[in-house]
Design a binder for this molecule. Structure first.
Ligand code: HT7
Ligand code: ZN
Length: 853
């Protein structure tokens, strides 16, 4: 597994200027004729051979300037095609055959259901044709597709349609031309028979854009929300960033077999149907939220990713961090900003922090990569977005937008680096971002330690703040923006607020002329992706919980109280709930706040989040602590929780207010109410009455996780009703994997052989295998090691089918840090077993080697 290094970057010696593709689709023998105009770079040696990337193809023919190439002029192996003695400028034509049906890796051209589709990011184009498969080679593409007209009435590619005609033997031909230069990873092709939802968008400059959404037949109604989300995204990007769409048509195709969420191919996005199809009956409120966010994300890439792309894959966060930040801002504007921000932080802390502390930790701009697909990570995406957010905090909205304008003015149409982005931001704001740019190369989650000292005589408050790199790391001090508020003890009013710039290892910040000792709130808005240690007493936290202006800080104060309490339960088996905490919990339940916010406030930190805050974790002991704590909270506040549950139910029935918020709160109460007592009738009633998936699936979920007597009947009913809906079946498989009883391993075997299960469908594999490893910690971390064995067995099978998906699902097994050494040892044994296998993929190999050093 040979690594590539950022430091070794060299521009390509040749550039490909135009690409003319002629593709005759066939299940097993798809013909690709690729005609390219190529020029050698001005400073490249004339003897430099042209080395094109290519895999999983049969070379059929090769012509240079129209003449068949003599065998002595080229060499072809499993990874590349090398051509020697190339002129300075020439036309190269390559004919290859590919086999879409056999393509289970879902990179290049493959079949999803009855349709042909492509996935080229990061390095999938090399499975379609021999090419300089790197993002700094940008070309103009013309694509002609030929296929059977009955089976594939829609033939789609990037850009505008310029020709369409019927051919002999029931076939037809369609040609597309994309007027914008692009890297090959943005190439796309789709051929199939779909239902089509059409609408339009008029841009701010008055151009009309046709919007087309292609979905499996019978699903038109489920596509309407996505269409609205697309129109909202287009309007938002114009309003907030001043960015307008540039082609006359924007197409989205939803497919069932897809490795990730969606792909931003120029003018022809391809989506996992999970992020397009949604209606109240079959999709949860979270699904709706995600559809809107992913539609926005892919749309926003048109400027941050497509018009300006990455010079090399080490720069991935240039487009992904920035685009995640943009989609987070969009979601915040479309929903409640506080609630959205808390969701971002929960994801970061539960998963990205673990990645940053694990064997695959890397900077947001990685420096060494074996398999690029392994670097589409929470670090590059979510921490990358946090880094952009810090810039936004430091420069302010206006300064940030000035920087964006400068970035676009400088680099439209280019493939650039993260340094180019930072340079544009700095120039537009006449500021120096040298120190800030360290965030692009540091690894791990920095720690920030704060203490406060109030001098009553002088009325001054001194905050001493110290930063430390993550354990085992070393780097100069970072520029860390630390949002703060000072709350008056008596009036509880905010006396001061702002952002402190921590630039040194240790720094003091003094506030003068205070006439009382304030309650200090630090890291408001989660202003930096760090672990903050700031010891505050229960009273202070309770003040913050109710009175801070910043919603994130109000939520965080409750989470700190919960985490501290869970830590006590964990350390002491006889620990029981203090009255003060029980009262605080009651206060939260009584507070006049938005229901969605309250739902988050009463949701306890989960297993993954808690492993971040404890050391040498014994999984069963932690699970035990979590459930005792929940049970005690219920014991003390059952009446309030029950009343809240019923009040939400009434609000929902009367159709009053925003349904999603009440559903979230109702389900959050349900999580408590089902603990250790009979709530069977209510769960059954919730399941049966629910006309939306949010309430239905929550009822089924708690019935499963608490082994309620009603579970079997509800489970059967759910299956009978939804067995033909693939996205809902994913939910069903996920729930089966989470059932906590001793029959779990037999059940999992049965599910692998279930007629509805297929390892070839990534959503299904994730639903069963991923859910077990992440959401069933009791059995995944079973002391016998059976949970680790089961995951290992599935990884071996899946790796032979789809290495990219297998490599994502192995994550819980490689993140051994944080657990007690005996647990780590049991996990590592399974990794050693995988390491000894002969034919594991580079994807899996890279991770295992990192985990076992
Ligand atoms: N830019 C895309 C990243 C991606 C991907 C998408 C689908 C299948 C495989 C993929 N590999 C990489 C998605 C995005 O961030 O928008
Ligand atoms: Zn993206």
């Amino acid at each position: 597994f040979t690594p590539r290094f950022l430091k070794d970057y060299q521009p390509a010696p040749y550039q490909i200027h135009t690409v003319d593709l002629y593709i005759e689709l066939d299940d097993e023998r798809t013909l690709v004729r690729n005609q390219m105009q190529i020029k050698r770079h001005g400073d490249a040696d004339e003897n430099e051979p042209l080395v094109l990337d290519g895999q999983h193809m049969e070379l059929q023919g090769l012509w240079l300037n129209g003449e068949a190439l003599n065998a002595s002029r080229y060499q072809c192996d499993e990874q590349s095609l090398t051509i020697t003695h190339c002129p300075q400028a020439f036309t190269l034509t390559i004919e290859t055959l590919v086999n879409p049906k056999a393509n289970t890796a879902l990179e290049g051209i493959y079949k999803s259901g009855g349709a042909f589709c492509t996935q080229c990011e990061a390095e999938g184009f090399r499975r379609i044709s021999y090419f300089l498969d790197r993002p700094d080679v940008m070309a103009i593409y013309t694509t002609t597709i030929v296929a059977d007209k009955d089976k594939y009435p829609y033939l789609l590619a990037n850009g505008n349609c310029i020709e369409r005609r019927d051919l002999e033997r029931g076939r037809h031909l369609v040609t597309w031309h994309d007027p914008f230069q692009k890297p090959c990873y943005l190439f796309a092709l789709v051929a199939g028979d779909f239902d089509l939802l059409e609408d339009r968008f008029v841009t701010q400059s008055g151009r009309e854009v046709a919007l087309q959404l292609f979905v499996d037949k019978g699903n038109l109604d489920k596509a309407r929300f996505a269409m609205q989300a697309l129109q909202d995204s287009m309007a938002w990007d114009e309003r907030v960033f001043g960015l307008e769409y540039d082609l006359d048509i924007y197409m989205i195709v939803a497919v069932d077999f897809f490795n990730m969420g969606a792909m931003e191919n120029k003018g022809l996005n391809i989506f996992n149907s999970k992020f397009v199809l949604a209606d109240q009956r079959s999709a949860t409120d979270d699904d709706f939220f995600n559809v809107q966010a992913v539609i926005g994300h892919e749309y926003f890439h048109n400027w941050t990713g497509n018009r300006i792309t990455c010079r090399d894959w080490f720069q991935l966060s240039l487009k992904e961090g920035l685009t995640v930040f943009r989609d987070q801002q969009f979601s915040a504007d479309m929903h409640q900003p506080d609630v959205t921000r808390i969701s971002n932080v929960r994801l970061l802390r539960a998963q990205q922090f673990a990645e940053d502390a694990g064997p695959m930790a890397h900077p947001i701009r990685p420096e060494k990569v074996v398999e690029m697909n392994n670097f589409y990570t929470l670090t590059v995406y979510e921490k990358g977005a946090e880094v952009i957010r810090m810039l936004h905090t430091l420069l302010g909205e206006q300064g940030f937008q000035r920087g964006m304008k400068e970035y676009i003015a400088r680099h439209d149409g280019q493939a650039v680096t993260c340094d180019d982005f930072i340079a544009a931001m700095a120039a537009a704001n006449d500021t120096d971002l040298q120190q800030f740019s360290l965030w692009y190369s540091q690894v791990g989650t920095p720690q920030v330690e704060a203490t406060s000292n109030y001098d009553a005589n002088s009325g001054s408050l001194t905050l001493t703040v110290e930063q430390r790199p993550a354990s085992g790391q070393q780097h100069p001090p970072l520029l860390i923006p630390i949002g703060y508020e000072l709350l008056a003890q008596d009036s509880k009013k905010v006396m001061h607020k702002g952002v402190l710039s921590l630039t040194q290892t240790t720094q003091q910040f003094t506030f003068e002329q205070l006439n009382e000792q304030p309650v200090v709130v630090l890291l408001t808005g989660f202003s930096a992706p760090v672990k903050l240690h700031f010891s505050q007493c229960e009273d202070e936290l309770m003040t913050i919980m109710v009175h801070a202006d910043d919603g994130f800080s109000r939520w965080e104060a409750t989470q700190i109280l919960f985490r501290q309490c869970i830590a006590h339960y964990y350390q002491d088996e006889s620990f029981s709930l203090a009255d003060s905490l029980s009262r605080a919990f009651a206060d939260i339940l009584d507070a006049e706040v938005e229901p969605a916010f309250k739902a988050l406030q009463i949701t306890l930190p989960g297993f993954a989040e808690m492993t971040e805050f404890l050391q040498d974790v014994e999984p069963q002991q932690l699970l035990n602590a979590l459930s005792r704590f929940k049970l005690d909270l219920l014991g003390k506040q059952q009446a309030k929780l029950q009343a809240m549950y019923q009040a939400c139910d009434q609000k929902l029935q009367s159709g009053e207010g925003h349904g999603a918020g009440y559903r979230a709160l109702k389900n959050a109460c349900l999580e408590y109410l089902v603990q250790g007592q009979s709530f069977d009738t209510e769960v059954t009633a919730q399941y049966q009455k629910a006309s939306n998936m949010t309430e239905k699936i929550a009822a089924l979920q708690v019935a499963a996780s608490e082994n309620l007597p009603c579970f079997e009947a509800l489970n059967r009913d759910f299956f009978a009703q939804w067995q033909d809906d693939s996205l809902v079946m994913d939910k069903w498989f996920s729930i089966q994997a989470r059932i906590e009883d001793d029959a779990v391993f037999e059940r999992l075997e049965g599910l692998l052989n279930h007629p509805k299960f297929s390892m070839r469908n990534p959503n299904r594999a994730r639903a069963l295998i991923g859910s077990f490893a992440v959401h069933n910690p009791k059995y995944f971390h079973h002391a016998s090691g059976r949970g680790y064995d089961w995951l290992t067995d599935q990884i071996v099978k899946l790796d032979a089918i789809n290495p990219q998906v297998a490599s994502r699902l192995i994550t819980p097994l490689i993140q051994t840090q944080g657990f007690a050494s005996s647990v780590q040892e049991t996990m590592r044994k399974r990794l050693q077993r995988l390491q000894q296998l002969d034919d594991i993929s580079a994807d899996i190999g890279e991770k295992i080697n990192a985990a076992l050093v």
